[in-house]
Design a protein around this ligand. Structure first.
Ligand code: DXP
Ligand SMILES: NCC(=O)COP(=O)(O)O
Length: 237
């Protein structure tokens, strides 16, 4: 079964909006795992708009499922990941001013840099995943870096799903098949939701993990966090 990793960035967004410690990001991570989350994902950005580097250090001490740290591998990010040694690091090519992640790596152009990063993190026993678009050439490029896994950037799927779900998922099926052919582990994430998750999970071969944050936390405002996590897990059953 595909694992659900809950991204708690937006819990930190709410906390930061008032300057205190409510909601408590660490407590939410503990509770999310108790409610059934099979992983916790965070994406510390250079401006610390939501998850702070200090949050990541604190979370390391409480996450008991799988800890996935996502981000652009600048020096500060690399130092943090090597200090925390999470189960997984996901390399994302975000511009500093990006409102959110909006593209995968060009794994062909950046093969050398990515290969060095993969080797460095794997030497520390950290599983590496590279964030890529649903493009078979980029999947092949990722394989050449020695990465353990790729994460398919699913915003294009989510955007097109309401209009034509068969067309929306087609490139992702091909990319997933290529990953399987190459022996790459497969993750996926960005804008997955209660609307589109089940169809994605049912049609993508070898899907090991989805990381979901924005829609899940928004849903939790209506349904409660425990109920929401259970609702998402039922979409993956
Ligand atoms: C890489 C990706 O698509 C998400 O993990 C990203 O972390 C979302 O970032 P925001 O929560 O800052 O939108
Ligand atoms: N890697 C995707 C992720 O962690 C969460 O993305 P989103 O669900 O907040 O869009």
């Amino acid at each position: 079964m595909t694992r659900l990793s809950v991204n708690i960035n937006k819990i930190a967004t709410l906390r930061n909006s008032r300057g205190g410690n409510n909601p408590d990001v660490v407590q939410v991570a503990i509770d999310a795992e108790r409610f059934g989350a099979q992983g916790i994902t965070v994406h510390p950005r250079p401006d610390e708009r939501h998850i702070r580097y200090a949050d990541v250090l604190a979370l390391k001490n409480v996450v008991t499922t799988e800890f996935n740290i996502e981000g652009n591998p600048d020096d500060r990010f690399i130092e943090l990941v090597k200090r925390v040694k999470p189960e997984q690091v996901t390399l994302v090519p975000d511009a500093v001013d990006a409102i959110t992640s909006n593209a995968g790596w060009d794994t062909i152009t950046h093969r050398g840099h990515l290969t060095d990063l993969v080797n460095m993190f794997k030497a520390d026993g950290i599983r590496v995943s590279i964030f890529v678009d649903a493009d078979e050439r980029m999947v092949e490029g990722a394989k050449a870096t020695g990465t353990d896994r790729i994460e398919l950037y699913t915003e294009p799927y989510a955007t097109h799903y309401p209009d034509d779900r068969e067309a929306a998922i087609a490139p992702f099926v091909k990319a997933a098949q290529k990953a399987q052919e190459l022996g790459l582990g497969l993750n996926a994430g960005h804008d997955l939701s209660l609307e589109n998750l089940q169809y994605f999970a049912q049609h993508i071969p070898g899907l090991l993990e989805v990381s979901i944050g924005h829609a899940l936390i928004a849903d939790a405002l209506y349904f409660g966090l425990e109920n929401t996590i259970q609702m998402y897990l039922r979409q993956l059953a």
